[in-house]
Design a binder for this molecule. Structure first.
Ligand code: TXE
Length: 480
């Protein structure tokens, strides 16, 4: 069975303990490879390598750093098919989605920040004729980047690309549930000639390898995407050490559909925003609010379209919904279906495990579910399920729906459907979300700030925000 390796100081190496963790193929429900069970000692070696590499990497002219990152982007493009298949196998997501979204976006992340760093500039403030202040932006040092399993290479590169482009060296840990594309990525870094120690990838469990990165005194900044509970734990370690922190956490996002929307577009996009990646995207719209005038019609069409989605082998092109990430996660998702019933909800379609035949007979498949009859305050409508499960609620007024949409502890994203321009701007301004889509979903301009409010996190990624995060601002005041 294939054993993955850590990427430390430019080499692919085994964990110091010699121990490995089983890596599952979620569509087959069986172990298909093994990843290093790294501990704090492996992290220490990685941080030492990153510390040694920092002076040369941070001093390298930005166009040279950029060229190396662009080369890695080209290698991702070259290996598209291999990476797509690996991502689908490792995470259970449909191959078609990995080809359309995950892997191209990983290359785009590398290119965006490789070129962005060239254009990054700092400010100058002229204090009348008394002084000139200018801001020096220097890389923070060794950055820790910890990424989750739902969009593995996409979110991994979303963090390491700006860190490296800004001149930081990095110790990164992909999720132990989806290590494969980060491992393949480390091979591409070697091929591209990335200097040793600039990027180090330590595989392993969150509470060992991940916690080791967060606790290490020479890691100056932590960029994390994952669950809110884990984010809080990381903050409780990193905050007293006064580390810079960026936390992108969970969501329970409202999808608000007014009667004056473009009905067909709202319906089609709602199918995507509800069930893309099996609902395992922090940006999925899991609470659907529909204005009463079109509620029955919309719901009827939504059920019909949802029933037509193909739950199946992720490697088959016709599959819309692949496997959930793990048996434990499937249990959690099904537990929420039970909870929804206990809370008085009616499951209008789906919500049952799907038993496939052939190689996928042991896989973690769940039918996409639509639940109605629940108010906004119940647990089903307050807690992140992170699976193919949505609730649908009618509303009568704008004020009412804004209050309901804002009623959770989360504040990551929201979607608004209306053809009324004034209303669109008004509602967007009142929604407590870091990202608001009007008449679209998931569309991203990588220059815009990305992140959540409330329990959805602190800090913003994307564009200059990310390059600012990985640099320290120093003001130099020159008295004239
Ligand atoms: O993610 P974790 P889990 C949500 C979703 C899901 C829940 C739990 O609701 O059901 O979180 O998922 C690393 N120090 N999201 O438990 O634990 C871990 O190894 C340092 C939303 O699988 O947050 C992995 O690399 N690192 C989300 C990463 O954190 C630690 C995406 C994320 O894992 C650590 C995923 C520690 N103490 C889940 N403990 C989103 N925002 O998109 C764990 N890790």
């Amino acid at each position: 069975m294939q054993k993955l390796a850590n990427y430390i100081d430019g080499e692919l190496i085994a964990p110091l303990s010699g121990n490995y963790i089983d890596n599952y193929n979620p569509a087959e429900g069986r172990v298909y490879s093994m990843l290093p069970d790294s501990g704090t000692e492996d992290v220490r070696v990685a941080v030492d390598a990153a510390t040694r590499a920092f002076p040369a990497w941070s001093a390298m002219p930005v166009d040279k750093r950029s060229a190396l990152l662009l080369k890695i982007a080209d290698l991702i493009d070259r290996d598209l098919d291999k990476l797509v298949r690996a991502e689908s196998t490792d995470s259970g997501k449909p191959l078609a989605q990995a080809r359309r979204l995950d892997i191209p976006r990983a290359a785009a992340n590398m290119r965006f920040f490789a070129t962005g760093a060239i254009h990054f500039s700092s400010e100058a403030h002229v204090t009348g004729s008394d002084a000139v202040n200018y801001t020096l932006r220097t890389p923070v040092g060794v950055a820790g980047c910890i990424s989750p399993w739902n969009l593995p290479l996409y979110l991994f590169t979303w963090k390491i690309a700006p860190a490296l482009a800004a001149g930081c060296t990095v110790v990164a840990k992909p999720s132990e549930l989806t290590p494969m594309t980060a491992f393949l990525f480390s091979q591409l870094c070697i091929e591209a000639g990335l200097p040793k120690g600039v990027l180090n990838i330590v595989h392993g469990l969150g509470n060992k390898a991940g916690q080791g990165i967060v606790e290490h005194p020479h890691v100056s900044a932590i960029s994390f995407t994952g669950g809110t509970v884990t984010g809080k734990r990381i903050a409780s370690t990193a905050a007293p050490m006064l580390k810079k922190l960026s936390l992108e956490l969970g969501g329970k996002n409202p999808n608000v559909i007014f009667a004056d929307c473009d009905f067909d577009k709202a319906l089609e996009t709602t199918i995507e925003s509800s069930f893309s990646n099996q609902g395992e995207i922090c940006l999925c719209g899991s609470r659907i609010f529909v204005e009463r005038a079109i509620y029955e019609r919309f719901l009827e069409q939504l059920i019909k379209r949802t029933r037509s989605l193909v739950v199946g082998d992720p490697l088959e092109e016709k599959t819309n919904i692949g496997a959930l990430i793990s048996g434990a996660h499937m249990k959690k998702v099904l537990g929420y279906i039970t909870l929804a019933r206990e809370e008085g909800g009616e499951v209008l379609t789906g919500g049952k495990p799907v038993k496939l035949s052939g190689r996928c007979q042991m896989g973690y498949f769940v039918e996409p579910a639509i639940i109605a009859g629940l108010g906004p305050d119940c647990r089903t409508n307050q807690e992140e399920i992170f699976g193919p499960v949505v609730t649908v609620m009618p509303f009568d007024t704008e004020e009412e729906v804004i209050a309901a949409a804002n009623s959770t502890n989360y504040g990551l994203s929201a979607t608004v459907w209306t053809e009324n321009l004034k209303r669109a701007h008004r509602v967007a301004a009142h929604l407590k979300s870091g990202i608001i889509w009007v008449n679209c979903w998931l569309f991203r301009d990588l220059r815009t700030p990305f992140g959540g409010m409330k329990q959805s996190g602190v800090g913003r990624e994307g564009g200059w925000e990310a390059l600012r995060f990985f640099t320290e601002a120093k003001n130099v005041c020159v008295r004239l």
